[in-house]
Ligand binder design. Structure first.
Ligand code: ATP
Ligand code: MG
Length: 318
């Protein structure tokens, strides 16, 4: 399989700070890949290395199967964590400038710029110098600049930080639309777990320059937490219910509360048929059932939060 990005053993050390350590990652073509991790984890460092803005001290990087060089890096469009737009240039001028860096000029560039401005809700600001845009508008202009040359790999470092909730959600829709039109690969970093849940097909959790876990949403959730199910049944005498459920497969813990029985298990959804059957055989009828999966936030805290706490410090990186 040819990957959009293949990083092998990347290491980057600043003075005495290890930002990336023997870091390896494969991003499949056409996928939306999320990089999550606390402040200072090394996400932006990785992105700068992929984009060619910085050199690693060690390791190799491939883009679509060949060694990263100026030519194949042109297939990348990047919106860095700090907006790279020029304050004195208007929105249109910024877009035409970024287009020209990637060889998109003339009428083609203008048409693309108008399309992106309209799509990202910046149409009315076309001729406004970007210094006069609001923070959220600058973020959107920065995204538009990254998309001018229709890149095959789009890399967005915290694309929605500072956006209001409605704009954030409309940004997700725009990204999905861009991807469905272009079949591009998207790599993004975010501190919003609901954003990762909404967008990412694959996620890597980073901490202190290494990957601490990687997988699909479901895989990550299974790795960390147990599901919790709440069940009500009639006649539903609590002690009786606990006895029945205790004996069924896949249930690790059962407690009776006045609101019903609460149970824990790794994959309760899959075990529920067996549990219901056991209840039915004992003259019980389930009247209410809810299963809650661990959230991505739980995964994040478990994988990265405890480590920070163990280390006894949260570095003031910002
Ligand atoms: N130019 C630099 N000089 C010195 N140290 C740096 C430099 N750039 C990054 N670092 C350090 O490298 C580590 C990783 O930083 P990086 O910006 O990659 O983290 P991040 O995961 O993007 O964090 P955030 O979520 O805050 O954006 C941090 O400890 C940071 O202080
Ligand atoms: Mg960063």
């Amino acid at each position: 399989m040819e990957y959009a990005i293949e990083a092998q053993g990347l290491t980057r050390i600043y003075q005495n700070k290890v930002a990336l350590y023997n870091f390896s990652l494969k991003v499949e073509r056409g996928k939306i890949f999320g990089l999550l991790g606390p402040n200072g984890a090394g996400k932006s460092t990785l992105i700068r290395i992929i984009a060619g803005l910085e050199k690693p001290d060690d390791g190799t990087l491939k883009i679509f199967g060949s060694a990263a060089d100026v030519k194949n890096r042109k297939r990348i469009g990047i919106a860095p964590q700090e907006n790279a737009i020029y304050p004195l240039l208007t929105c249109m001028e910024n877009l035409l400038y970024f287009g020209s860096l990637y060889g998109v000029g003339g009428k083609k560039a203008r048409t693309r710029a108008v399309y992106l401005l309209e799509n990202l809700g910046l149409g009315p600001k076309k001729d406004t110098p970007s210094e006069f845009l609001s923070g959220g508008m600058k973020r959107r202009l920065s995204l538009a600049c990254a998309l001018m040359h229709k890149p095959d790999i789009i890399i967005l470092d915290e694309p929605t930080t500072g956006l209001d909730p409605a704009t954030r959600i409309s940004m997700w829709a725009t990204l999905k639309q861009v991807l469905s039109e272009s079949k591009a690969t998207l790599i993004l970093t975010t501190h919003y777990m609901e954003e990762a849940e909404a967008l990412c097909e694959k996620i890597a959790f980073m901490n202190s320059g290494v990957i601490v876990a990687e997988g699909t949403l479901d895989e990550l959730k299974k790795l960390v937490g147990k599901e919790i199910a709440k069940l009500k049944s009639v006649p539903g005498e609590p002690k009786h219910l606990v006895e029945i459920i205790k004996g069924t497969k896949g249930v690790d813990n059962v407690t009776a509360t006045e609101h019903g029985v609460i149970m824990e298990g790794k994959d309760l959804g899959a075990e529920m048929a067996g549990i219901s059957r056991a209840l039915k055989d004992n003259g019980e009828t389930v009247v209410e059932l809810s299963i809650s999966k661990p959230s991505l936030e739980d995964v994040f805290l478990k994988l990265t939060g405890t480590k920070l706490r163990e280390a006894g410090k949260i570095e003031p990186d910002k």
